[in-house]
Design a binder for this molecule. Structure first.
Ligand code: HEM
Length: 477
């Protein structure tokens, strides 16, 4: 009877033939850097909307079809997939995970924090953390090959911590810092859980559960201590106290997302301390690896495309002459048009968030197929951005393809997702990306690593390269 009642679902959707017991899961029993190839082969054979089975009867849909994406991402019949619950222990039920009324109220409350008048304030942070990165890069000058991603991730953590909480993490000076280690550990556990076949009910009996609990203690105690201190300061503040001074544990009294959250109200009420912690932790999580992945892949692309690097440098020289230490203003950053296209082209080829997941909340019909409730839909931005159907020479790095996007479907390029649940931090990210890439290109020539292996790209929560993102650098004089 079950099969009969389910027979109407996705009847006309193509997909690989399933094994009667394991569905199509056998195809996915491979190293994770091969997974994108598996789905790519599916799309070649079956098109851009595919039905797969992850058990004898459990169906899922994988897609990189622009029209279908537009429909799904704007539909009120989907929510984020169950995989997002693995983040919950760290970031709670804030803007990233919540849905319905709660999400709407949070989104409305947080949107003003990303207004350009606020973003302008963060340029100083991007600059000062970027200067530390330049210093950290110096010892690598002349090496034939090094993995750029490790240094960049520490830089990204410093930036997001100071912007979110107003505290200096100094991850770039001390990568062994407890908080940094806890962030790395928890991200690794989330990736492992997302790809693990283990029933979630058994998770509390694993070693990862124990390690996660310890890491959460470090992460939550840090954000709670900062929030408490900031509340005390706000209460104690006298009229003539400077907003720019810094105290002995590194709390900078410059506006941060935390300050905005402490002053904000949601449905007329101030947020509780737990709610504030969730949102601050969300920014820490959502705003570091994504940015680090983008910077690292962009540097790799520039190193391997010398003519693009030359044009990027020429734009910088046009703006700042030979002044390598120039500090761009917010307006300068907005005017870096070629660099803007370079970043977009990098996010096209190396979608920092390669896959997002939605779950249907009710039955609906789309182009001749009935979709059941509770169906998982995997949206592969990575494959969308590399699709021959949508891009000419998709494997070539050509920033100029973004010169004219008139007439192109708006869901053809969606590194920050699209629709109501798009990335709230995208303007922040673009300003930060331009700031650091402009600084690195002005100061270092980027060269291909030697040896220069093909990247083993894998879709973890963000896009990673399993054999590192290696380049070589030479200081510009
Ligand atoms: C290059 C950098 C970034 C990329 C590529 C990126 C990409 C994305 C994507 C694809 C989503 C949608 C996820 C989904 O629906 O499953 C998202 C959501 C989100 N991002 Fe970003 N992100 C970046 C940087 C940032 C930064 C810097 C912040 C914070 C300062 C941030 C905060 C968020 C938040 C809070 C959401 C959830 C929004 C909502 O559901 O309303 N992101 N991001």
């Amino acid at each position: 009877r079950f099969v009969k009642s389910h027979g109407k679902y996705l009847k006309n959707m193509p997909g690989p033939r399933p094994n009667p017991y394991l569905g199509n899961m056998l195809d996915f029993l491979c190293p994770n850097y091969k997974i994108l190839d598996v789905v790519l082969n599916y799309t070649k054979k079956y098109g851009n909307i595919i039905k797969v089975y992850y058990g004898p009867l459990q169906m899922a849909v994988l897609t990189c079809d622009e029209k279908f994406l537009e429909f799904i991402m704007n539909s009120n019949k989907t929510v984020k997939g169950d995989q997002y619950l693995f983040f919950r222990n760290w970031i709670g039920d804030g803007i990233f995970i919540s849905s319905g009324k709660k999400w709407k109220a949070r989104r409305r409350m947080l949107t003003p924090a990303f207004h350009f008048t606020i973003l302008e304030n963060f340029v100083d942070i991007f600059e000062s953390c970027g200067d530390v990165l330049l210093k950290n890069l110096e010892p690598y000058e002349g090496r034939e090959s090094f993995d750029i991603n490790k240094l960049i991730t520490l830089y990204a953590l410093d930036v997001i911590c100071e912007s979110s909480m107003g505290t200096k993490l100094n991850a770039q000076m001390n990568g062994e810092n407890q908080y940094v280690k806890a962030v790395k550990l928890i991200c690794q556990i989330i990736v492992e859980r997302s790809f693990s076949p283990l029933n979630p009910v058994l998770y509390p009996f694993t070693y990862n559960f124990y390690k996660e609990r310890r890491a959460l203690k470090v992460l939550h105690s840090y954000s709670e201590a900062v929030i408490d201190q900031r509340i005390r300061e706000m209460n104690d503040r006298t009229e003539n106290q400077s907003e720019q001074s810094e105290d002995d544990i590194g709390i900078k009294k410059k506006i941060s997302f935390l300050d905005l959250l402490l002053r904000a109200t949601c449905d007329g009420k101030p947020l509780s301390k737990a709610d504030i912690r969730d949102e601050v932790d969300t920014f820490m999580f959502a705003g570091h690896d994504t940015v680090a992945s983008t910077i690292s892949f962009t540097l790799h692309a520039l190193a391997n495309n010398p003519s693009v690097q030359q044009k990027t440098l020429e734009e910088q020289i046009e703006m700042f002459g030979d002044i390598k230490s120039a500090k761009p203003t917010y307006a300068d950053l907005q005017n870096m048009n070629y660099l803007d296209m370079v970043i977009k082209e990098s996010m096209r080829m190396y979608a920092p968030v390669p896959l997002i997941v939605r779950k249907t909340t009710e039955e609906f019909e789309w182009e001749g197929n009935v979709f059941p409730k509770d169906l998982t839909i995997g949206i592969y931005q990575f494959l969308l951005h590399r699709s021959k159907k949508y891009y000419e020479d998709p494997m070539k790095f050509i920033p100029e393809r973004f010169l004219n996007v008139d007439g192109k479907h708006p869901y053809r390029f969606i590194p920050f997702s699209s629709g109501p649940r798009n990335c709230i931090g995208q303007k922040f990210a673009m300003v930060q990306l331009k700031c650091i890439l402009s600084k690195i290109v002005r100061n270092f020539e980027l060269l291909p690593a030697n040896p220069n292996p093909e990247l083993k790209i894998a879709p973890e929560i963000i896009l990673v390269s399993k054999n590192g993102i290696t380049i070589s650098i030479r200081k510009r004089h």
